[in-house]
Design a protein around this ligand. Structure first.
Ligand SMILES: O=C(O)C(=O)C[C@]1(C(=O)O)C=C[C@@H](O)C=C1
Length: 374
C-alpha cells in the first residue's frame, strides 16, 4: 500500500489498471505525434538534399537523443531500460522515413545480429551475409544501407579480418556497439536435459565456456560448427527428430529457433564483451562525445612509431586503442589501427591528424562516430 494521502481512494487493481490504460493512451498519442514529426523531418531532408543522396539515418542525432533520455531519467525505470525503449521508438520513426537494410555477419541469430538490433532497433530489414568482406561489399554496392561487423572481443582479441578489410574499402565507420556476450545452453523444448549426448557451438564459444562445460558436462561430446546460430539451428532440427542435442548460443538464436534455456550465462568470464562497428557511406558530424579511428602506415625507420604517438601526447588527445597489422605492401612494414577520443573536426584532433600526415607514409581516417550509448 503506497498511499500517502489518507483521504484519497485506496489503490485497487481495477483502479490502477484504469490509470495504466489512460497513461498508455496518452503515450500512444505522443508516440504517433513524434512519428508524424519524423515524417516531416524526412520531407525536409528530401527537399534539402534531392532524391539521390538523402541521408535519413543520423547517428549523431540518435546518440544525442539517447544520452538526453538517460540524463533526464528519474526512475524508477533504469537509464538503460528507458534508453532501450526510446531506441525502439526512434527505430520505428526512422523506418517510417525510410526502411534501412542492414547487412551483418550472419547467419540469422548471431551475436552480430544481436548487436545490429541493439544499435538500430528492431524496425530494420535484416540482411545476413556469409563473411565480413561480403558485408562490406553489400554496403559498397548500395544493396544495404549499413553493415555491422565484429572488431574485437575482450577475451579473444581483435578480428583481423575486419581490420584488414578497411585497407581497401572506401566505407566509413559510422558507429560502434558493445555487446556483453552471454552464452546459454539451449535445447528443443521436447528434449530432456539428462539425455543430451552432444553440445554444438562455434569453436570460440566452446572455448569461452570451457571451464563450465568441464565442470557440468564433462562426458558430453563437444562439436564445433560454423556459428552459434548454426548450432542453434542444428539443435532445433535434432529436437524435431527426437535426438537430444544441445547448443551454446545467445538470446537471439534461442528465440529464432524456438529453443529453451537449460542454463543461462554459462561463459567463464562474465564480462566477456565484443565490440562491433557500423560501416556506411556517410561522414558523421560531431555528436559531442565521439571517437575517431585511423589507419596509419608508418615509415619503416627507427623511432617511427614513437613520433606518431608523441603527437597524441603533446596535443592531449586520448588514444583508446592501438593495433598493429603487417603491411601487405612491404616486408616488415606495419599498419597501425588507432582509435582516439574526439571527432576529426575538433581542433586538437585535427592538429594530431595533420602531424600524423607529415610523419607517416599514409593516414586514412576510417571515421569519426558517436561513442556507444547503450
Ligand atoms: O532528427 C532526425 O534527423 C530524424 O530523422 C529523427 C530521428 C528520431 O526519430 O529522432 C529518426 C532518425 C534519425 O536517425 C535521427 C532521429
Amino acid at each position: 500500500m503506497s498511499n500517502s494521502n489518507k483521504q484519497s481512494v485506496p489503490d485497487t487493481l481495477p483502479l490502477l489498471r484504469d490509470r495504466i490504460d489512460s497513461i498508455d493512451s496518452q503515450i500512444q498519442s505522443l508516440i504517433n505525434e513524434r512519428a508524424r514529426c519524423a515524417q516531416k523531418v524526412a520531407d525536409v531532408k528530401l527537399a534539402e538534399q534531392g532524391d539521390e543522396a538523402v541521408v535519413f539515418y543520423r547517428p549523431e542525432r540518435e546518440a544525442q537523443v539517447l544520452r538526453r533520455v538517460m540524463e533526464r531519467n528519474e526512475g524508477p525505470l533504469g537509464n538503460e531500460e528507458m534508453a532501450k525503449i526510446f531506441r525502439q521508438v526512434m527505430s520505428s520513426c526512422l523506418a517510417l522515413e525510410k526502411p534501412m537494410r542492414i547487412a551483418f555477419l550472419g547467419p540469422e541469430g548471431t551475436f552480430t545480429q544481436q548487436a545490429a538490433i541493439k544499435h538500430f532497433g528492431k524496425s530494420v530489414i535484416s540482411a545476413p551475409m556469409a563473411a565480413i568482406d561480403e558485408v562490406f561489399r553489400e554496403v559498397e554496392s548500395g544493396a544495404a544501407n549499413y553493415g555491422v561487423v565484429p572488431v574485437e572481443n575482450s577475451t579473444e582479441g581483435v578480428v583481423n579480418h575486419t581490420l584488414d578489410t578497411f585497407r581497401d574499402s572506401r566505407l566509413k565507420i559510422c558507429g560502434e556497439v558493445e555487446e556483453r556476450i552471454h552464452h546459454h545452453l539451449l535445447v528443443s523444448p521436447n528434449i530432456n536435459a539428462d539425455d543430451v549426448t552432444h553440445i554444438y557451438s562455434h569453436q570460440q564459444s566452446l572455448a569461452q565456456c570451457r571451464a563450465w562445460l568441464d565442470r557440468y558436462w564433462p562426458h558430453v561430446e563437444r562439436v564445433a560448427v560454423s556459428s552459434n546460430a548454426e548450432a542453434a539451428r542444428l539443435a532445433a532440427d535434432a529436437g524435431r527428430s527426437g535426438r537430444a542435442v544441445a547448443a551454446i548460443a545467445g538470446d537471439v538464436a534461442c528465440e529464432l529457433y524456438g529453443l529453451i534455456t537449460l542454463s543461462a550465462n554459462i561463459e567463464d568470464h562474465p564480462d566477456n564483451t565484443t565490440r562491433f562497428l557500423i560501416v556506411g557511406n556517410q561522414e558523421v558530424p560531431a555528436s559531442g562525445k565521439d571517437k575517431t579511428s585511423l589507419l596509419v602506415s608508418a615509415k619503416n625507420e627507427p623511432g617511427a612509431l614513437y613520433r606518431l604517438l608523441e603527437a597524441f601526447e603533446r596535443h592531449k588527445v586520448d588514444m583508446t586503442r592501438l593495433e598493429t597489422r603487417p603491411s601487405l605492401m612491404s616486408r616488415w612494414g606495419y599498419i597501425f589501427y588507432i582509435d582516439f577520443l574526439g571527432h576529426h573536426s575538433d581542433e586538437q584532433s585535427a592538429a594530431v591528424i595533420n602531424e600524423l600526415c607529415e610523419r607517416a607514409s599514409e593516414v586514412k581516417v576510417l571515421g569519426s562516430y558517436p561513442i556507444a550509448v547503450l
